[in-house]
Ligand binder design. Structure first.
Ligand SMILES: [Zn+2]
Length: 303
């Protein structure tokens, strides 16, 4: 019934998408986790991108992603590309568990590509992060011998805000681009995924100082998934504004980038309880459809 209700919600909120959607949309986002660092029933941030009906890309791997993959009976057989927005635990805590799940459903060798930000301060670069998990001296070194033969390649993405927007995947019509964002002291990037002229953008966690980059990356996207972890000031603890973008500015960014629809995710308990106020704040700038994510929500993107 829950699935039906969610499906109905999407009919109401993304009517154009659904009316024209074929049985297998070119692109579909499956929300594995719509929450953030607090444990209150939502899995940490994580998404599976489905291309032509087949799961292909994992975006973040927050705690709980492993459980949601199983609940949804997702076929991970072609999910070899992982995009990490940043290395905070609520976005990466289930990465090793994902490798485990993928290997146990595979017959042949697996070659993973893991993209994520370069390192800074207490945060390792992404290639080192992967090595610390499943490298030769990693905590889960055994994983390479468990289920399937696995090879891991990490690619570290520039984190300076003046770094150029970069194309990191371009194969069989599937294109992934990224750009640096800013999330307090934690290195972070945002991703734009395109397939057959359909575009979805993932903001990751970011504060408002990176909005110029995000607006550029999200230009004319069909769907922008923006992490909404704070209320407009002064509704949330002051220090959180150094880490997250408030709703009013999310709405402005959505309008400036010309995106067609907005999905708010990474929801915190106080935001979850203030949906009407958040929607109203975004409405002040952005006229397109606005929806709040929930775990296991499936969102067909574009035409
Ligand atoms: Zn987060």
């Amino acid at each position: 019934m829950k699935t039906l209700m969610l499906g109905m919600a999407m009919v109401i909120l993304f009517p154009a998408c659904l009316r024209a959607a074929p049985a297998k949309p070119a692109l579909e986002v499956v929300v594995l986790g719509s929450g953030g660092p607090r444990a209150f029933g939502r899995a940490g941030s994580s998404y599976i991108l489905v291309v032509e009906g087949r799961p292909r890309i994992l975006v973040d791997a927050g705690p709980g992603a492993f459980v949601r993959i199983g609940e949804l009976h997702l076929d991970l057989g072609k999910v070899d590309t992982v995009l990490l927005t940043h290395p905070h635990i609520d976005h990466s805590g289930d990465l090793a568990a994902f490798f485990n799940a993928r290997a146990l459903t595979s017959d042949g060798p697996i070659v993973y590509r893991v993209f994520g930000p370069d390192g800074a301060g207490l945060f390792p670069k992404t290639s080192r992060f992967v090595d610390l998990l499943v490298g030769g001296d990693g905590a889960f070194a055994y994983q390479k011998t468990f289920g399937a033969r696995e090879t891991f390649t990490g690619r570290d993405l520039a984190i300076s805000l003046d770094s150029a927007r970069t194309k990191i995947v371009d194969e069989d019509g599937l294109v992934v681009e990224e750009i640096a964002t800013h999330h307090g002291d934690c290195p972070s990037v945002a991703y734009r995924i395109s397939y057959k002229s359909v575009v979805v953008v993932f903001s990751g966690d970011m504060d408002a100082s990176a909005l110029t980059n995000l607006v550029q990356l999200a230009k004319n996207a069909d769907l922008l998934i923006f992490n909404c972890a704070v209320l407009d000031p002064p509704g949330s603890p002051p220090q959180l504004y150094d880490l997250h973008t408030p709703p009013k500015k999310i709405g402005e960014a959505a309008r400036e980038s010309g995106v067609k629809s907005l999905l708010l995710s990474h929801l915190a308990p106080d935001v979850e309880g203030q949906e009407d106020a958040v929607r109203k704040s975004i409405r002040a700038s952005f006229a397109g459809p606005v929806e709040f994510a929930s775990d296991k929500l499936r969102v067909p993107v574009g035409k």
